[in-house]
Design a binder for this molecule. Structure first.
Ligand code: FAD
Length: 515
């Protein structure tokens, strides 16, 4: 069900049917009769038919700008009470940074979660510190507020201008996940509005089935209106290091070694560079080569290279010990020494690093172009085969955007959440973060990238790699069933318990609203 910008319309077969026939005179006016703290808008709705992917554009009928949890609850209750007489669906929209229309609701109600100003963030600074935040809160705001208390969340995404509800509905994975697990494993409690409109508080001890269902649950069981996020003492500074490898085996061996250590770096990621020259010059603007003479002589010769990106957190009074520790960890690595680049930045600058690129891309008008992204989780035992075929045969360059690749420890993943991962102790996140650049030659960059992604997916399937998609996107229930595997039954059971009419989050295309 690849949909490109040219053939997008509100007539797409996946979302049409008889929706509009059921709306019109009765449904929307009856929504208008709700007594809300916030408001419904029938005009400011166009933005809700777009997302970061910029490929799917399904217009809702109305956007709810809630001012309270009760606004969300009464709206959903109202739709629920209409039962099968309406095809009206409801989608929470966080920061709209999905890439395949997951936060959209064709002819439905989109809830603008960022307008849900809950009570102020509430910090608890005991032995197990935490903060209570609104589900529509941006992670960047949580970072700034937490630092006022000398605290910080433990697990992040690479980009912080995303909402709590949006990332917790998926997983929230970055270079800290190998030691802390994803963001969904660093939450103590949630407040959720279910597909029946009930407001339920849940945690490991209270309504645990809903708690684990919602975490990684792709918005299927409820709308997260509040989350209790685990915190730890915040460091002030970060030693940030990048280094290259010319051989995938050595690269992955070193990555796996680093994530196996008890006392390792605080952040470990990796990336792939295919057929690109001169990229070390980019590093030079903000990083210093350990050996400037050797670094200036390095020539990639168009080889495929693998970059390791690592970071160690520290406070200024711990610089000496931190440097000793970093030197000792680096001495065990078999990287290309001349490509070792280092930098020291503030903790905030490190975590908010992608925002710097965002601002540059926005200036050039390159942030709003289509983003056909593909994120995969590949088991460790098959990653060499994957690398050989994908980086050796399928992709000829990495000029469409970064490719990230790094391993995580499954032992840090709580297997009670809805998120599915490969069946191995270690698996790799491989992220193809492509941008379909406008082309002066008139070639269709989007089609080209989508074809490459299809070849990668076809290879994973025919080779039976045991790969799972992250931020998954499928078109048929068979594919979803295969994605969830043995967890499908639980997923379906939770759906019928918490959202029996399939009102919530139609943009994931897993269930169809009952009519
Ligand atoms: P939206 O796109 O608004 O929503 C995502 C889904 O969650 C939708 O189905 C929506 O209906 C549902 N939803 C939204 N809010 C709620 C809620 N309160 N309750 C229930 N359901 C809700 N992901 C990573 O894991 N690691 C990364 O490093 C990473 N980096 C990224 C960098 C960029 C530049 C971008 C654009 C995305 C990145 N992502 C990353 C992906 C990102 O985590 C997801 O796309 C996430 O869903 C975006 O959050 P959002 O607030 O924009 O959610």
């Amino acid at each position: 069900c690849i949909i490109n910008r040219n053939n997008l319309s509100s007539n797409h077969p996946l979302v049409t049917g008889t929706v509009s026939a059921h709306l019109g005179s009765s449904t929307i006016p009856s929504l208008e009769s709700l007594n809300l703290d916030g408001h419904l808008s029938f005009k400011d709705i166009d933005y809700a038919a777009n997302d970061f992917g910029n490929r799917y554009h399904f217009l809702p009928s109305v956007v709810l700008y809630p001012k309270s949890v009760s606004d969300i609850s009464s709206t959903i209750k109202h739709v629920f009470k209409m039962g099968i007489t309406t095809e009206l669906t409801v989608a929470a929209r966080g920061h709209g940074h999905s890439v395949e229309g997951q936060a959209q609701a064709h002819n439905g109600v989109v809830i603008d979660m960022e307008s849900l100003w809950g009570p102020e963030m509430q910090f608890h600074t005991g032995e197990l510190p935490y903060v209570d935040v609104s589900g529509g809160e941006l992670w960047i705001n949580i970072l700034h507020e937490s630092l006022q208390h000398g605290l910080t969340p433990k697990s992040w995404t690479d980009y912080l201008h995303l909402t709590v509800g949006g990332t917790l509905s998926n997983a929230g994975i970055s270079g800290q996940a190998f030691r802390h697990g994803p963001q969904i494993n660093n939450v103590y409690q949630l407040e959720v509005v279910t597909g029946r409109g009930e407001v339920i508080t849940c945690s490991e001890k209270q309504n645990a089935d809903l708690f684990y269902g919602v975490l990684g649950g792709l918005g299927q069981f409820g709308i997260i209106t509040r989350a209790r996020i685990a915190l730890e003492p915040a460091p002030r500074m970060v030693k940030w290091i990048k280094v290259l490898y010319s051989d995938f085996s050595t690269f992955s061996k070193d990555q796996e070694h680093l994530i196996s250590l008890e006392n390792s770096f605080d952040y470990i990621e990796g990336f792939v560079i295919i057929n690109r020259t001169g990229f070390l010059n980019n590093w030079r603007s903000s990083f210093n080569p350990k050996d400037p003479v050797q670094a200036s002589q390095f020539n990639s010769d168009g080889r495929t290279l693998f970059g390791l990106e690592i970071a160690k957190y520290f406070n200024p009074d711990e610089t000496i010990i931190m440097n000793q520790k970093v030197d000792s960890l680096l001495s065990a690595l078999s990287c290309i020494q001349s490509t070792l680049f280092l930098s020291e930045v503030s903790y905030v600058d490190f975590l908010d690093r992608v925002h710097v690129s965002e601002l540059k891309l926005r200036e050039k008008g390159l942030w709003e172009i289509p983003h056909p992204w593909l994120n995969l989780l590949v088991p460790k035992s098959r990653i060499h085969e994957f690398a050989e075929v994908v980086f050796g045969n399928i992709l000829t360059d990495t000029s469409n955007g970064p490719i990230l690749i790094y391993p995580v420890n499954k032992s840090k993943w709580n297997n009670r959440t809805s998120m599915v991962t490969p069946e191995e102790d270690v698996f790799y996140l491989v992220a193809f973060l492509s941008s379909a650049m406008p082309s002066s030659e008139g070639t269709d960059a989007l089609e080209y990238i989508l074809t490459l992604h299809k070849r990668i997916l076809d290879f994973c399937e025919t080779a039976h790699l045991g790969m799972k998609q992250y931020l998954p996107h499928y078109c048929t229930q068979e594919e979803w069933r295969a994605h969830f595997g043995p967890q499908w039954e639980v997923f379906v059971r939770r759906k019928s318990t918490y959202d029996p009419l399939a009102i919530l989050t139609p943009g994931q295309r897993i269930f169809q609203k009952a009519t």
